[in-house]
Design a protein around this ligand. Sequence first.
Ligand code: TYM
Length: 337
Amino acid sequence: MKRILSGMQPTYQLHLGNYLGALKNWVDLQNAEPENENLYCVVDMHAITMPYDRDSLAKATREIAAAYIAAGIDPKKSAIFAQSSVGDLHGELMWLLATMTQIGKLNRMTQFKDKAGKNAEKAGLGLYAYPVLMAADILIYNATHVPVGEDQKQHLELARDIAATFNHRYEKEFFTLPEPMIMGAATRVMSLRDGSQKMSKSAESDMSRINLTDTPEMIADKIKRAKTDPNPLPDSVEGLEGRPEAANLITIYAAMNNQTKEQVIAEFAGKQFSEFKPKLSDLTVEKIAPITARMRELLADQTEIDAILKDGAEKARLVAEPILTEVKDIMGFWSLK
Ligand code: TYM
């Protein structure tokens, strides 16, 4: 049995990268391996590390929870919860782990460099310490597996490193080193405007990404206008080399249709983008529209989502509390015995 944990930040809208790189894999895993224990959180405490809108935070948290459920995460099989509702435990473990995290390692985190930009001196401590909180999110449940997109690999390596440091320092194999699960064809979905940039929530142009809330018309328009090159599609995966935009569209198609890139290439070899793009657009609409519709239904009445989040937080707390107690005990803190 695996204990699986992952999360997404409630910032802006979820996009196709979040769906294909993470959420779809969570759903596939939940359905393929019913014996697993699954914990899916909305990492709202991470979302406040960058400027955010106080009045939208709770709403955005419900929206992400709705997206999880609409995509197929079943609250009966998976705990769905807001990180902040178990924030006392995540936050306390973060502090304990911070004492065994080397600054040199945090300095190497590329996400911090990207987000802090040129003005790193003015960035908040929260943004800098973000990977330690992420390690705590995972280790507070002693999760064994963490399904994420490729961009989270470095953070997961740090989480493993911190877990190993704890085990070594306190001479006890207490934390399982969490395994990253970087799954499916689309571990790194790229921008529709520039095949060398990751599809992201923060990219300025909305045309660069497909949001889970886009209408079928918007999806079709974005794919129609997606950047390509003048050549027809190649007849082998190697032929995609040096053609980042073509590679991205083929990857999206493959992941969405549960195929390999080879299978997609076999079907479209030699075809023009004018023929491929409408097929990609139909497939995307077919897969995304039902999720969008279900999200709308769920968000129309927040009582159901709120009940699910409350129940999920209770389940998460039951797992986390004894782990934190044991960690403190191992570290030698006083407690009434
Ligand atoms: P976040 O909110 O940026 O992204 C959520 C998930 O989506 C994946 N993803 C992508 N996958 C493929 N292509 C893309 N273009 C793309 N963009 C995003 C991410 O890899 C991620 O899996 N630090 C995390 C949140 C987090 C977390 C955790 C995850 C906090 N604590 C504990 C796992 C375990 C983040 O910012 O994800």
